[in-house]
Design a protein. Structure first.
Ligand code: BGC
Length: 249
């Protein structure tokens, strides 16, 4: 069975039909740049362009980089236009797509769902936390495979700062940090999250997971296992489709 997945990010809107049995894209993904400003209307047009590219006319799941309640309503928008706050994204996108059924969920929650089912978290019980490092830091907390949605651990306070402004990959780029320097910040961040939740496993996702060999070996003193995400940059798309399939079932 296939469902369409769309991942709305700070820089790109990407999507593809997803083969839910394999947990993988059923076709090569298509991407458009996230409009600037990233207002609801402009982003909805981008999502439509991606969906239309495949001529898709069935249900879809869409990720959003902020708190999403009830599969629909946006509550926060740290790295996209603030006009999203309190928008019913499910209604907006459904309407723009001519009435297709839409489920909206947090981007890191979607990535975590994909990893727990088809990637690095397969068959892992206990407390597992997926962290996505990109424009911000996203988090997905699972207890015995069950998601606790919208945990927003990227906004924990670290040395008096919003953690994602110190340890995201955007912070690495903005401040031109070496891998060593950045890994040190990530280590401090992981230690803080570990102190709060004592997870068995951290899954490190986001685009930077492709370069895991450059920074994971530099991280010390964390008791939990730390592994790179396996679905890499497609986890959001796959998880979005899986979330939509589950809510339709
Ligand atoms: C947002 C989260 C999101 C993360 C990654 C954070 O700034 O608050 O909701 O998951 O960025 O995009």
């Amino acid at each position: 069975m296939q469902i369409f997945g769309v991942d709305i990010g700070g820089s790109g809107i990407k999507g593809a039909p997803v083969d839910l049995d394999r947990g993988d894209l059923a076709a090569e993904r298509f991407k458009v740049l996230t409009p600037n400003p990233s207002t609801p209307d402009a982003v909805a047009d981008g999502v439509k362009e991606v969906v239309d590219h495949f001529g898709w006319s069935g249900p879809l799941g869409v990720t959003f980089p902020g708190v999403v309640t009830g599969g629909a309503t946006i509550r926060t928008a740290a790295n996209v236009d603030k006009a999203w706050v309190d928008t019913d994204a499910r209604a907006l996108l459904g309407e723009r797509l001519g009435g297709l059924p839409v489920l909206v969920l947090n981007d890191a929650d979607a990535a975590g769902i994909a990893e727990m089912n088809f990637g690095a978290g397969r068959d892992r019980r206990g407390t597992v936390i997926t962290l996505t490092f990109g424009t911000g830091i996203g988090s997905a907390l699972f207890i015995d495979g069950v998601l606790v949605p919208n945990t927003e651990l990227g906004h924990l306070e670290l040395h008096g700062h919003d953690a994602e402004t110190r340890a995201s990959t955007k912070a690495k780029e903005d401040h031109d940090l070496s891998w060593e320097h950045w890994a040190h910040r990530v280590q401090k961040y992981l230690a803080h999250v570990e102190m709060l939740f004592s997870p068995e496993l951290f899954i490190v996702g986001g685009g930077v997971s492709r370069k895991a060999d450059k920074f994971l070996p530099l991280i010390e003193g964390i008791k939990a296992d730390i592994v790179p995400a396996e679905l890499r940059n497609n986890a959001g798309i796959v998880g979005a489709a899986m979330g939509a399939a589950k809510s339709a079932a």
